[in-house]
Ligand binder design. Structure first.
Ligand code: ARG
Length: 470
């Protein structure tokens, strides 16, 4: 035990199980060892370790890492967390010199550093998984650039739009998520190591060199804030929650459209399941889970905010509760994002079913715009077209079959050419202003998106290493 000196007995077994974080924080081991190696070097630079001692620590830590990587590491009672476990094993391997590693360091600045290092590595991975999804979106949009479908507001048929336009709307949500992740990363890439337990490091450690050694951009400005700050975790979870909400919105819309009564899209069989009783069923489980996982990730965020809310200044053990929230959000998105990408990539688009769902009513705005072009103020033209809609409804016919004399009785600005308005493609093509649903405008979006994708570095994937059965 690291702190047993003033105690006459060990913890109650139930207390031990209650307090131990090794069962979940073992996955910080690479970050922990990386941090310890850099800290050993910092101690050597400050003259607290001889070069030989420093090397023995580094060799020992490297060996501990190899044992954990290789699954041969043995957890012992008393290994309360990953920091304790690594140091205990280091002592077994290299003897008393291991006891010099913790000089001026506290598990408080150690764990804050570990969590940042871990998160930075996972952020790179999640960024690249999100990029894959964005790529799948752009590819599908390009492939189905010209497909016209009903656009909705209030889930009611509103105006014709391009399917590609709808799909690209998600590209931009996920692009904002990328921007937000860059921001989260910037504030995560700051090193608290050298803050000690709360008051700072008394041994003149060069914190800037230490931070640079670990790939951080700078050091935390205040040792007390350095050990207690979990803003970066909250920001990461808020990021994850918003990504999750976007995934959920995408999923819900696709579930609706994949329903046979609309049938605008079909989910590939690889992302659907059958029913154990109803042979005809093809259930969009992938999408339902993309919607359902929102509960847990929003829960992770709210849970951590709640833990932080009542804390007095300084490290408090409550902070140990930050980790499972992060791991849960990371694990969920790590599995979910590639599934979302697969669903989008393999989505079967049904332009025929989309065309069937278009009706004249969705061109009522275009008819009002027609009158506007003839000099009628929009508010008036809106009301006039409303009259036409009512009359068509009363006669049980579509708007385009309402005779010209009826239109002209409503307003003389209606002329024979009004019937040219009843063309869904023309309606879509008219909205060619930047950001609109016209094919030319969507093509421009796709090109802008492709430029962004080209400029975003595709980070290498890192595989996860964990202590088996810890
Ligand atoms: N397992 C602890 C955590 O995750 C490490 C820090 C322990 N610090 C302490 N003062 N007991 O927060």
């Amino acid at each position: 035990m690291l702190w047993g000196g003033r105690f006459s007995k060990g913890p109650d077994e139930r207390m031990r199980r209650f307090g131990d974080s090794l069962p979940f924080d073992h996955r910080l081991y690479r970050a922990d060892i990386q941090g310890s190696i850099a800290y050993a070097r910092a101690l050597a630079r400050a003259g607290l370790l001889t070069p030989e001692e420093c090397q023995r620590l580094i060799d020992g830590l490297t060996q501990v890492q190899a044992e954990i990587d290789g699954g041969t590491f043995q957890v012992r009672p008393g290994d309360e967390d990953i920091h304790t476990a690594v140091e205990r094993r280091l002592h077994e391997l290299i003897g008393p010199v291991a006891g010099k590693l913790h000089t001026g360091r506290s598990r408080n600045d150690q764990v804050a550093t570990d969590l940042r290092l871990y998160l930075l590595e996972r952020i790179a991975h999640l960024r690249s998984a999100l990029l894959d999804l964005q790529r799948a979106i752009v590819n599908q949009a390009e492939e189905h650039l010209d497909v016209v479908m009903p656009g909705y507001t209030h889930l009611q048929p509103a105006q014709p739009t391009l399917f590609s336009h709808w799909l690209m709307s998600f590209f931009w949500k996920f692009q904002r998520d990328q921007d937000r992740l860059t921001d989260v990363e910037r504030r995560t890439r700051v090193c608290p190591l050298g803050s000690g337990a709360l008051a700072g490091n008394p041994f003149g450690i060069d914190r800037r060199a230490l931070a640079a050694d670990l790939g951080f951009d700078g050091v935390t400005e205040n040792s007390l804030d350095g050990v207690e700050d979990r803003d970066f975790v909250v920001e990461f979870l808020a990021w994850a929650a918003l990504v999750q909400v976007h995934l959920s919105n995408l999923a819900e819309t696709l579930i609706l459209w994949a329903n046979p009564s609309l049938g605008f899209v079909e989910i590939d069989e690889a992302y659907a399941t059958g029913s154990s009783i109803m042979p005809q069923k093809k259930n969009p489980d992938s999408l339902e889970l993309m919607r359902g996982k929102t509960g847990r990730i929003v829960g992770d965020l709210v849970g951590l905010l709640t833990v932080l809310k009542g804390l007095p200044s300084g490290y408090n053990k409550d902070l140990q509760e930050d980790k499972e929230a992060v791991f849960d959000a990371v694990d969920t998105l790590t599995v979910e994002l590639p599934v979302a990408t697969g669903v989008v990539r393999t989505l079967r688009v049904r332009p025929d079913r989309m065309a069937q769902a278009l009706d004249d009513g969705m061109l009522a705005t275009d008819l009002a715009d027609y009158l506007v072009r003839k000099g009628v103020p929009f508010r008036q033209s809106h009301a006039l077209v409303g009259q036409a809609v009512r009359q068509a409804e009363e006669r049980g016919i579509p708007l385009k079959e309402l005779p010209l004399d009826v239109y002209q009785a409503i307003h003389p600005a209606f002329e024979e050419d009004l019937y040219a308005v009843f063309d869904f493609r023309r309606s879509v093509e008219a909205r060619a202003t930047e950001g609109g649903t016209a094919p030319s405008a969507v093509q421009a979006q796709i090109e802008a998106a492709r430029a962004i994708l080209r400029n975003t570095k595709h980070e290498a994937r890192n595989t996860e290493h964990e202590i088996r059965d810890a």
